[in-house]
Design a protein around this ligand. Sequence first.
Ligand code: SAH
Ligand code: SF4
Ligand code: F3S
Length: 457
Amino acid sequence: MELSQVKEKQIFKEKRSYRKKYYIETYGCQMNVADSELIEAMLENEGYIVSNDPWKSDVIFINTCSIREKAEEKIHSQLGRWDLIKKQKPEILIGVLGCMAQNLKQDLLENRPFVDIVLGPDSYRNLPTLLKRKLKDRNSIVDTKLSRFEVYEGLFPNRRNGINAWISIMRGCDKFCTFCIVPFTRGRERSRSLDSILFEAKQAIKDGFREITLLGQNVNSYNYNQYKFHNLLERVAKIPGVDRIRYTSPHPQDITDDLLQVMSQYDNISNYIHLPLQSGNNRILKRMHRSYTQNDFLVLVEKIRENLPGVGISTDIIVGFPGETEEEFLDTIYVMEKVKFDSAFTFKYSPRLGTKAYEYDDQISENIKKCRLEKIIKLQKEHSLIRNSKLLGTIQTILVEKESKMSKKQWAGRTDSNKWVIFDKGNVNVNDLVKVDIKDAKGISLRGELINEVKAA
Ligand code: SAH
Ligand code: SF4
Ligand code: F3S
């Protein structure tokens, strides 16, 4: 290395050591992941650099989730550890962001005096200003106001992984399911402009991303001027270079015929729908304030499968919602048997203070919830195997996403219908779209053999 280069490197290192470092830890759903990317971009604009060690950082953030008690417990124990950092490094700034900040600001301030900044999901735009203010003023700063308008227009995220770009298209929820905290932590539904979403998607493709995931608490309630979700999806599908589009989380109520039509027309829209059932019983569904009946749901699944052959369907199920009798629980089993979902996220009902269901006086015991959960987990395993084995002997198009956790010699990627497949690396790379022959479907992931590369990245 030449002397001048050595000097340059030294200067760079010194400059880097003057710059403040941030650390951010993200919990909860993809919306939080996308929000953290937005926050990272704002901090880096201000000259901060990322660090992977909270002990070596100047400011550390935790982006939180309130969806279930367990999620909040995780945050509390992490904050307990951060209290130790603060004790040894009093100059460090600690920020609590996201859904829990919104919901628990009082508790955080009273019981966690070492927290410097508490910001709800609609207040991130102020972060750089607040950080500057905080350097002068040691009082805690709290901003958890929810906005009817904030969609972070004009702010773009700092993406790292290089395969999938999360693009948030709408925020908030107006559905008020009686078990759910989200409408309170995230506020009212609002959609971003079509143009700014398309701009961001095109930019992601220019930056080398092959897959785009559109995000929203109720992603298919997207509504901007005359544009509905299917209009937006079609426009994104037409962007040259987009190999795969996913979206999450949709609500069954807004799976329209137009949406199914657009999905069937474009090969680059993932043939996959997440369709949260929650419960299979009509009384419970009504009490949950879900807007469909068991029959509506079954008819919808049939329609989806008719329109989208080979579609992957996953779901969310809650057991032990207040008042759920054994018979009513069996209706959930009935729907699972009828549909045979490809996969399911299954939860015990967790009472959330401030929601309607929290007030119900017929809460179900932990034991019963546990027992019901075990039953549906076991059943879902059987169904996933049945669904996966339908792919045996077929050739699937896989986007290579990462190295397999099991072996350095294998890749992991997903099928069009959102199933993980593991296969020997061959001469392909991450971000390539490849053809794989499915040979085994016994485990959680499928196993396959690489056939050829479809398109170079
Ligand atoms: N908007 C999405 C869901 C977002 S929350 C939808 O309506 O489908 C993700 C999942 O968490 C929900 O589908 C639900 O199954 C689960 N969930 C939400 N609140 C819960 C609670 N209080 N207890 C247990 N599970 C809950
Ligand atoms: Fe929660 Fe229901 Fe809104 Fe989904 S639709 S975020 S479950 S209130
Ligand atoms: Fe959790 Fe908030 Fe997402 S409560 S699931 S981080 S919207």
